[in-house]
Design a protein around this ligand. Structure first.
Ligand code: PMP
Length: 361
């Protein structure tokens, strides 16, 4: 509606308007129970129905096989950087990391506290503008797992396919979770912070093949032990109830849109018109990322005249398009166009970019 902005933030990020309105309508008195979701016991039947529906809707969206557990946790994806090695390896086990950007690098560095990670590929010397093919990777034969960041939120590179891995494949899908269909059976673990595509911050979703659960290092804190959470259906301690409820509303919305194949079509279209505008600007705008691995979710771009960047961000904000400044580590601009960014938002941005160029070229 006219009092909302188009929010291109990388996360927390824009949420579907109908989801916000539904939450608003249920805020004061959920389903006639006389209280809000924020006030409910996490062990009461009302909240149990909410978390169970959220899980079953996510299972149907991603077609999650029955031998996988779904956990709703806290601590962000950052906490999973430690939980993954703590749960999956012993201190002297070797594991492989593909470092395609800042997030993959953070995951790699955290793992070094708990096992023996090897960076088997790094895009750092190319300023993280590329992604290797799986065939090109020199995987360590006895590595316990191979960790990738499916979509690098800051650098805007995204894996476009996930071939069958030689080792257990672990993916941080924080910034492209539920943006397209994924064959979950190829992965040992998929994890994602909710605050980009599926809800507010405070919820972290872990999808893990059940036979991998139960081998945590003895020093693992209970809050990081997948077995504790799996055995207690994510209710070992007080979960982020309201956030889980919001994720549930988003899952319902994604199902109502026709599921992830339909969602993917919309995302392909949105990203397509934005990259076309950048590539068709005769160099006025530039995206440094290798074309075949450009992210459908986070679109970084620069201006040939960097002195205009602040002006671009300022003028866009005046037209109700906000959060377009690039990450402080890379500069330039970044438009995050997650599921909930409507096509109209991207069309408005593209029209603005053309107009801005006409005035400043
Ligand atoms: N991985 C990726 C790909 C991310 O984009 C982020 C957050 N921007 C993180 C991990 C860290 O997530 P959190 O802030 O939820 O710990």
């Amino acid at each position: 509606s006219s009092d909302r902005v188009f929010n291109f933030a990388a996360g927390p990020a824009t949420l579907p308007e109908n989801v916000l309105l539904k939450a608003q309508s249920e805020l004061y008195n959920w389903n006639g129970c006389g209280m809000s979701v924020m006030e409910m016991s996490h062990r009461g039947k009302e909240f149990l129905s909410i978390i169970q529906k959220a899980e079953s809707d996510l299972r149907s969206l991603l077609n999650i096989p029955s031998n996988y557990s779904v956990l709703f946790l806290q601590g962000g994806a950052t906490t999973q950087f430690a939980a993954i090695p703590l749960n999956l390896c012993k201190p002297d086990d070797t594991v492989d990391y593909v470092v395609t950007g800042s997030w993959g690098d953070k995951a790699f560095k955290e793992a070094a506290k708990y096992c023996n990670p090897k960076s088997i590929w790094s895009g750092k010397s190319d300023k993280y503008t590329n992604i290797p093919t799986f065939e090109a990777l020199q995987q360590t034969p006895d590595a316990k797992y191979l960790h990738i960041c499916a979509n690098e939120t800051i650098h805007g590179v995204e894996f476009k396919n996930y071939p069958d891995p030689a080792n257990l494949l672990i993916a941080d899908m924080s910034s492209n979770f539920c943006s397209k269909p994924v064959d979950v059976s190829k992965f040992g673990v998929i994890y994602a912070g909710a605050q980009k595509n599926v809800g507010p911050s405070g919820v972290t979703i872990v999808i893990i093949r059940s036979d991998l659960i139960g081998n945590a290092q003895p020093s693992t804190p209970v809050m990081l032990d997948y077995k504790i959470h799996a055995d207690n259906n994510s209710l070992y301690n007080t979960p982020p109830c309201y956030g889980i409820y919001m994720c549930g509303l988003v899952f319902e919305d994604l199902i109502a849109q026709g599921g992830l194949s339909e969602v993917e079509k919309k995302n392909v279209k949105k990203a397509g018109i934005l990259y076309d505008a950048i590539d068709g600007s005769k160099g006025f705008y530039r995206c440094p990322v290798e074309k075949s691995v450009r992210s459908m979710m986070n679109v970084p771009f620069t201006l040939t005249k960097p002195e205009l960047e602040a002006e671009f961000v300022k003028e866009a904000a005046k037209e109700k398009m906000v959060q377009l400044k690039g990450h402080r580590s890379v500069g330039g601009m970044r438009a995050s166009i997650y599921n909930a960014m409507p096509l109209a938002g991207v069309e408005k941005l593209v029209a603005f970019m053309k107009d801005f160029q006409a005035r400043h070229d």
